[in-house]
Design a protein around this ligand. Structure first.
Ligand SMILES: [Fe+2]
Length: 305
């Protein structure tokens, strides 16, 4: 017996009619511009925000492709639209916009931490680097774009190290963008023995630190430090006896992979409030691979003296 499939034909019909309507009326038109002449003697600048939308054939809403701040100089002879910045420009700067917060610029902040976790490929790559270069001492003043090549000439160019090179390059770009610098002082160090570091402050503006392998930097929150016990104030006693801090529990520590900005004594208005920190102290032998990025002026100050 022959059966008619009415609901199916009905649905197909509705779909066809909807598609035709959408194709005719659903297209979102882009704005059209024309060059206008300034005949009114206008002055100043017009700055405005626009959303660039896709021309979707299928509604309901067009996708927003980009958002831009544009400007028009009203004093020019003919009005011309100029781009100031678009959201898409930010993609070049970061894949994690969090780092670009302004936390480090707040007066009450002397450490800003990006609590990231290393990916397994970056973790493996970093371990490979320190295994191949257990006493690595890399110290160069560089532009971020030259980091890859410069590091390759020291630690080799096998495929295993590429994730590590990419990350060092990324953080170099990040530092330079954050502080509007063309060059920076990049250091990478590998160690395979414990150190006995003391808590101290640094006479510099700000330093980026991260540890790829092994234990990471320790610090004491500003309100828990007795700063009179720093340096000669310790009267020859070790930090845990000098009164620098009341309890070992006051000592904080970064995790491997965390990226921190440490504000020093030379940051404007931060005299007497530079972060009190030290390299990690751990018993026994361990490997460590860590990186610091500094302003060039720090390099010049150290090597001038
Ligand atoms: Fe330091």
């Amino acid at each position: 017996m022959k059966q008619r499939n009415t609901p199916l034909f009905l649905s197909l019909g509705i779909l066809l009619i909807t598609t035709i309507i959408v194709a005719i009326f659903g297209v979102v038109p882009l704005p059209e511009y024309e060059i206008l002449e300034n005949e009114e003697g206008l002055k100043g600048k017009l700055i405005y925000h626009v959303q660039v939308q896709s021309q979707n054939l299928i509604p309901p809403a067009p996708d927003i492709m980009d958002e831009c701040i544009l400007s028009i100089d009203l004093e020019a002879n003919s009005f011309k639209e100029e781009k100031i910045i678009c959201s898409s420009d930010l993609y070049d700067m970061s894949y994690d916009i969090y780092f670009y917060d302004t936390e480090i610029y707040k007066d009450e902040i002397n450490i800003s931490i990006w609590k990231r976790q290393l990916s397994s490929s970056l973790e493996k790559s970093s371990e490979y680097v320190v295994n191949q270069n257990p006493s690595l001492e890399f110290s160069e003043v560089l532009q971020p774009k030259d980091v890859n090549q410069s590091l390759k000439s020291v630690i080799g160019s096998s495929n295993e190290i590429q994730p590590f090179l990419d990350d060092v390059s990324y953080l170099s770009f990040t530092f330079c963008k954050l502080f509007d610098q063309k060059k920076m002082w990049l250091r990478l160090d590998g160690i395979d023995h414990p150190m006995c570091p003391r808590f101290h402050t640094d006479k510099l503006k700000c330093r980026l630190v991260t540890t790829y392998v092994g234990p990471a930097t320790q610090w004491i929150p500003h309100h828990l430090v007795n700063r009179s016990k720093l340096g000669y104030g310790n009267e020859g006693k070790p930090d845990n006896e000098s009164g620098l801090f009341l309890s070992e529990n006051d000592i904080e520590q970064l995790d491997t992979g965390h990226v921190a900005l440490l504000k020093g004594e030379s940051w404007k208005g931060n005299d007497g409030a530079g972060i009190v920190h030290r390299s990690p102290y751990e018993e026994g032998n361990y490997q460590r691979l860590y990186m610091t990025i500094d302003f060039i002026e720090t390099y010049i100050n150290i090597y001038r003296n």
